[in-house]
Ligand binder design. Sequence first.
Ligand code: AGP
Length: 346
Amino acid sequence: MSHLYDEIQQQPEVIARLIREEEHSVAAVAAELRLRPIRYILIAARGTSDNAATYGKYVFASILRLPVALAAPSLYTIYDSPPCTGSNALVIGISQSGESPDIVSVVEEARHQGATTLAITNELGSPLSHAAEFALPCHAGAELSVAASKTYTAQLTSLAMLAAHWSGNEERQAQVRALPQAVRAALELAEPISHAVSRYRFMEACFVLGRGYNYATAFEIALKMKELCYLLIEAYSSADFLHGPIAVIERGFPVILVAPSGRVYPDMLAMAESLCQRGAELITISDEAGILELATTPLRLPVSVPEWLSPVVTILPGQLLAYHLTRTKGYDPDHPRGLRKVTLTR
Ligand code: AGP
């Protein structure tokens, strides 16, 4: 079919392998982190990896109650004014390739300043991996399509595993181990999505909304739709959307909602009701019947997972939507125009 389709399908096995082969090392890194005076976390990443970083921001902040910031790499590489991180910081670089010089610079500088540094990468021999004190491999195998899929869910799983072990919460650790099954079940949506996409072939603009842990999912779906389908699509938190952008909505305007069960669900349901009143066309990813009933295209997740882990599952219908829409539009899912697998930015 295509590398992208194969790589989407490989995700249950990639996540299972990652947990099987890396949980030990993650536990060892977590034990070391507990001994250090870590007061905050800084994460550096680009593209899809940056969306994983956004997930990391919610996971570490909610589970460990640590402030988490996303790094501004230009401060390191262009303005020559790197912030003083010091020894109380954990600085994490997330990168599939481990190659982008700006991300490597953030980690190198932080290490030089005495911070604890960690790389999460699919390439253990990469510059990022060498720059950091600790490195956690994603075990995703070669990712050949330009668009990242399996490395994204592997990055999310690594972050979740690290938070679960760092907090010492065994229930959360067990919840992570149950992920491959839920991810496998989500792949059942491949067929209904392949039929649903023809309706959206000529769609020109779209919003995608998520909140909390799934704020990252909204951005990752938007990135997939942009790079594969060349679509004008904007991601918002459902809260921010109310502060102005909702005014764009008129009859028939398509909105993708990422609305799994959990604390954010009542807000997402209220958003869906409000969008319906304005005549929006909803494409809804959820395991909750109530919100799915309001959708023109309901994408029902067959298995519910705890909300903090739901981004590992909710992204799959997003990836499949982007893949099938790309096919329907007649574009090449493995070679988006003008893009390369590895983008080096300084
Ligand atoms: C992903 O679909 C994109 N092609 C791209 O944004 C990619 O995630 C980005 O270039 C980051 O790459 P890295 O993870 O290798 O650093």
